[in-house]
Design a binder for this molecule. Structure first.
Ligand SMILES: C[S@@+](CC[C@H](N)C(=O)[O-])C[C@H]1O[C@@H](n2cnc3c(N)ncnc32)[C@H](O)[C@@H]1O
Length: 280
């Protein structure tokens, strides 16, 4: 997937680029390797813990800011970039950090904030939200068919003891058995998306791309599930609410899926969907 993402993004080797999801900097490093000496790369990430990876990149063409998608328009002048890259979701660095509660594979406190210095933690929300709010998040953000039954169990459970650990969720009684994925996959995703305002943030970065990209600039988005992809697809087709059609972006080509080899080398890429737009 990185190869297609970069081939689409870097249409002008001496251009100015923005990596909206720095993570541990894998994509940023590849961009720097592939642009010329007068090109530049800005990168952002809302997680302050990734600053240490950004500090390792000693390249005059590179600059990192610890901000969110929704801060972009206040942080960069309009028409700053020839290309913007968005690689949605969480990084393996966040998933593997056992103090954060993103993974159902290890026991940890249910924090789930991408920026641990602000906002409500997952455990605060799960102990205070009403049953309907939890069920709706599970249904709409996690596409969880048994959303109501699972939300009910959480509310019953917390009457006896606060929900605070990943095992409080993995030990729920899931009223079905799935062969491939862990039964808690959907609700973990739903809680993470809710806690980090992921839908609002995605809409915000897509809209910002309209002002931040130069004419002819490319938007490259990698998403990992149908909820995100639907928003990106609708945006590129000019069907996202409150976005004017004239200032629009054209969708370029069809969506691109990873090759078998890429999935073998990087199992996370299995559900990746790449879409490309061009600012008109
Ligand atoms: C899938 S990872 C990116 C991995 C990266 N491409 C790499 O090569 O390491 C997504 C990153 O985006 C960040 N992120 C997610 N939502 C964000 C937002 N609304 N604003 C800024 N950064 C965000 C996360 O903190 C995470 O580090």
């Amino acid at each position: 997937m990185p190869t297609e993402a970069l081939d689409n993004l870097l249409h002008n080797k001496e251009g100015d680029y923005l990596d909206c999801t720095f993570g541990t900097g894998g994509h940023s490093r590849r961009i720097l390797e592939n642009i010329g000496i007068s090109g530049s790369l800005k990168a952002i990430d809302k997680d302050p813990k990734v600053q240490k990876f950004a500090n390792q990149i000693l390249d005059k063409r590179f600059e990192f800011k610890n901000i969110s998608f929704s801060d972009l328009e206040n942080s960069f002048p309009s028409e700053s970039f020839d290309g913007m890259l968005i690689d949605l979701g969480i990084s393996s660095f966040q998933l593997d950090d056992h103090s954060r509660g993103f993974s159902f594979k290890s026991e940890s406190i249910l924090d789930m904030r991408m920026n641990q210095t602000q906002g409500l933690t997952a455990f605060e929300w799960l102990n205070s939200a009403n049953e309907k709010e939890i069920a709706d998040a599970f249904y709409y953000l996690g596409e969880e068919r048994k959303s109501r039954a699972l939300a009910k169990q959480i509310v019953e459970k917390r009457k006896k003891r606060k929900i605070s650990l990943t095992s409080d969720l993995t030990n729920l009684k899931f009223p079905y058995s799935r062969s491939k994925k862990h039964p808690a996959t959907n609700i973990f995703r739903a809680i993470r998306m809710f806690i980090n305002n992921e839908i609002e943030e995605l809409i915000s970065v897509l809209k910002s791309s309209l002002s931040l990209l130069k004419k002819g600039g490319k938007l490259v988005v990698i998403s990992f599930h149908s909820i995100e992809d639907r928003i990106v697809k609708n945006f590129l087709r000019g069907r996202l609410e409150n976005v004017s059609l004239e200032s629009y972006m054209k969708s370029e080509g069809k969506l691109i899926k990873p090759t078998e080899e890429e999935v073998f080398n990087n199992p996370r890429s299995r559900s990746a969907i790449l879409r490309v737009g061009k600012k008109l």
